[in-house]
Design a protein around this ligand. Structure first.
Ligand code: COA
Length: 179
């Protein structure tokens, strides 16, 4: 499949029946994105903990969490995870919402899935009274560092991200949402 092929996909909210596909895709994209030097224990532990089906099942149940899925031909190709009312010291707004994950399977990138998921995430957050949406991006993720500014996000600072016992420099991107 070539990335220039037209892709028909639909967006919808996740249910408990989506836990396994989110877990598998989440782990794959996480490893592709963050295990850039191979696999070390901190990366393996983070992936196995974060994308354990039981962890995701609990997250999907949370009233402050929204999972949006992108599906093509009844297969999961990407997802967005938002947590409402999540402030950050660099923002200072109790009505801010965090885009905790925006993951597109590698072979489906560059075809509008990430952009569409992000726009839907913004609408969902705004519809639930979020005033802005923010996301942190690892400095070693150049594609995402370019993606968010093109989607109207501004650099709001450089927080440190904890991954198990490690710390990593990130960039915080933020965008005000239309009511
Ligand atoms: C960052 C990420 C979410 C972007 O998702 P994506 O699906 O590739 O995003 P899009 O396809 O909507 O946009 C990417 C580019 O493709 C272009 N594009 C969009 N639709 C297109 C189409 N139909 N044909 C060709 N190009 C297209 C966009 O204009 C955009 O170009 P630009 O960056 O120069 O503006 C994705 O690369 C990803 O999941 N990466 C791994 C995980 C990650 O890093 N997540 C972010 C941090 S949590």
């Amino acid at each position: 499949m070539h990335n220039s092929d037209k892709l028909d996909f639909t967006l919808h909210a996740a249910t408990q029946s989506d836990v396994l596909t989110i877990a598998a895709l989440g782990m794959q994209v996480f490893m592709d994105t963050y295990a850039t030097e191979g696999v070390r224990e901190a990366i393996a532990r983070e992936a196995l903990e974060s994308f354990a089906p039981e962890t995701l099942s609990l997250l999907i149940k949370r009233p402050d969490t929204v999972f949006l899925l992108a599906e093509a031909s009844q297969h999961l190709v990407g997802f967005a995870q938002i947590c409402l009312q999540t402030d950050h010291a660099l923002i200072g707004d109790q009505h801010a919402a965090e885009l905790q994950r925006l993951y597109v399977q590698e072979r489906f990138t560059g075809r509008g899935v990430g952009g569409q998921l992000l726009q839907r995430a913004e609408r969902e957050a705004s519809g639930r009274d979020a005033s802005r949406l923010w996301a942190t991006v690892w400095v070693g993720n150049p594609r995402a560092l370019l993606f968010y500014p093109r989607q109207g996000y501004e650099n709001a600072g450089s927080p440190v991200h904890r991954l198990q016992a490690e710390t990593h420099e990130n960039v915080l991107f933020c965008k005000p949402l239309k009511p």
